[in-house]
Ligand binder design. Structure first.
Ligand SMILES: Nc1ncnc2c1ncn2[C@@H]1O[C@H](COP(=O)(O)OP(=O)(O)O)[C@@H](O)[C@H]1O
Ligand SMILES: [Mg+2]
Length: 373
């Protein structure tokens, strides 16, 4: 097969790869498009030959097979942070093979992303006010301004280490609840904010934490919710919103992440339930989609290549939209969970179609012939 896309992955346990079923779909769809998808980790690279011992899914045999191949000219990097050892390997791979092109480059931490997004006037009004945690004073000042405040680690994922503080009247007594760094639920407790640094003493608040205006997101039954939007480049290199879905957190959770037990729901159903009129729903959706596109363009202009992003959005009781977080390596699972099969498919196809478009535009001398065995 002519054109190849490498998927840079990571072993998370003895020989086990993350996201294998996602990669399997990419192999199958890729084949239909005339793109060979080769999954590999830094451990599968033979530096002396610049070749990789890759995994590829053989549809006809219904199984994964290993094959040697030249290093593909374009890479879809799906590595998430999994400890210092893995990180070192990935960084050394990225530094060694500078001539390789990537669909996306890593984004910065949540604080830097916040700073870069707030530079853009069309985005700033959508950002919950955020500061870095430097001392208890930051908490007390934020709680004077906002009845709900979230604390979250700037490198966190999946709702780990996230705490919600809810002011009780005007005092410094708050309801504190959330998830610890292993994502276990911290039961609600009434606490004076002075006690928080000691309570969370192992969490490295000064080094890692942001303090953010909390958006009221409780539904009638008390569960919290938000939205996950997937924005991707298409087969002409243009940004498109692939879809957006609601997520409802489990009972007693202040986060809605699917990995933390959240449930996915179609966006329209959630919005219609909350806001009633079709017109309001349409207006919110239009505004949210336009915001999503502005966000990826701004990030791409500051951090370099990006092919997709999963954007966490909150919509408050007035219908105002807030941007909570941007994920550069989003999952596509929400669409499967709500039965939007066309969007689920599109979410897999788009990075492949975009990769093909990029490969076709490369100068001929950059094309590798591919040394399949
Ligand atoms: N400022 C906020 N107001 C209300 N809810 C929030 C806020 N920040 C985070 N959340 C809740 O916590 C979840 C996880 O936060 P997020 O910033 O996306 O971090 P993570 O990287 O862990 O997913 C969100 O999906 C949302 O449910
Ligand atoms: Mg998130």
């Amino acid at each position: 097969m002519g054109r190849q896309l490498g998927i840079l992955a990571m072993y998370w346990a003895e020989g086990k790869l993350e996201e294998l079923s996602f990669f399997r779909r990419l192999c199958i769809y890729g084949r239909k498009l005339g793109l060979e998808v080769l999954v590999f980790t830094p451990d599968d690279v033979d530096d002396s030959k610049e070749s990789i011992h890759a995994l590829t899914y053989s549809h006809s045999d219904g199984k994964w097979i290993r094959k040697w191949s030249a290093l593909p000219p374009l890479i879809y990097d799906r590595c998430r942070y999994r400890g210092a050892d893995n990180y070192r390997k990935i960084t050394s791979f990225r530094n060694k093979y500078k001539n390789v092109d990537y669909l996306s480059r890593p984004l910065a931490n949540k604080w830097t992303v916040y700073e870069v997004l707030s530079e853009q006037e069309g985005i700033r009004p959508y950002l919950p006010f955020t500061v870095r945690y430097q001392s208890l004073k930051d908490l007390s000042q934020m709680l004077k301004k906002y009845p709900i405040v979230y604390m979250k680690p700037k490198n966190g994922t999946g709702g780990r280490g996230i705490v919600r503080l809810q002011r009780l009247g005007s005092s410094q007594i708050v309801w504190m609840e959330g998830r610890d760094p292993s994502r276990r639920i911290l039961p609600q407790q009434k606490i004076h904010i002075r006690q928080i640094p000691a309570k969370l003493s192992s969490w490295k608040l000064e080094e890692l934490y942001l303090v953010q205006q909390g958006i009221p997101l409780a539904l009638k039954d008390g569960r919290v919710h938000d939205f996950r939007m997937l924005v991707q480049k298409d087969g002409s290199g243009e940004w498109q919103v692939t879809g957006c879905a609601g997520r409802i957190g489990p009972r007693l959770s202040v986060t809605s992440n699917l990995h933390g037990g959240g449930t996915a729901v179609p966006m329209e159903i959630l919005l219609r339930n909350r806001f009633g009129t079709e017109e309001k729903v349409r207006e919110i959706k239009k505004d949210a989609y336009a915001l999503g596109l502005r966000v990826v363009k701004q990030l791409e202009s500051k951090f370099g290549a990006l092919c997709e992003a999963g954007i966490d959005l909150a919509i408050d009781p007035k219908g105002d939209i807030w941007l909570l977080e941007v994920n550069p390596k989003p999952s596509r699972e929400v669409f499967r969970r709500i039965g939007e099969t066309a969007n689920y498919r599109k979410a897999h196809l788009r990075p492949l179609e975009y990769a093909l478009w990029k490969l076709k535009r490369r100068k001929p001398e950059e094309e590798t012939s591919g040394m399949d065995e």
